[in-house]
Write a new protein. Structure first.
Length: 107
């Protein structure tokens, strides 16, 4: 079954988001369960606001990960960006194409 016109436009917007705001050269993703490391697209966000039930939470660092590249991210997985290592922390939400997690510096 083919995709709708809206889906096609949304996919183009997703590609542009990662092209414009994504980490140049990609990020190295390491699953905590010991799966293979792989280079993925990642958009690092600073000072992000996220609704959390009745409150609004401000997160210092977050990352957007494509579901197509990282279908099952887990808290504790590592993302290496520009020689800095971060661990995925809290799941902040998804739009079905992108998962957003807060990040904690590892070292």
């Amino acid at each position: 079954m083919g995709s709708s016109e809206f889906d096609d436009i949304f996919d183009d917007a997703d590609d542009e988001l990662f092209e414009v705001f994504g980490t140049k050269g990609g990020a190295l993703y390491e699953a905590k369960d010991g799966g293979p490391s792989e280079t993925i697209g990642a958009v690092i966000l600073e000072n992000v606001g996220s609704p959390n039930g009745e409150t609004f939470v401000v997160v210092a660092l977050a990352v957007d990960l494509r579901v197509s590249e990282v279908p099952n991210p887990q808290r504790g997985d590592l993302v290496n960006v520009n020689c800095r290592r971060y661990a995925l922390s809290e799941f902040l939400g998804t739009d079905g194409k992108i998962n957003r997690y807060s990040l904690q510096p590892v070292d």
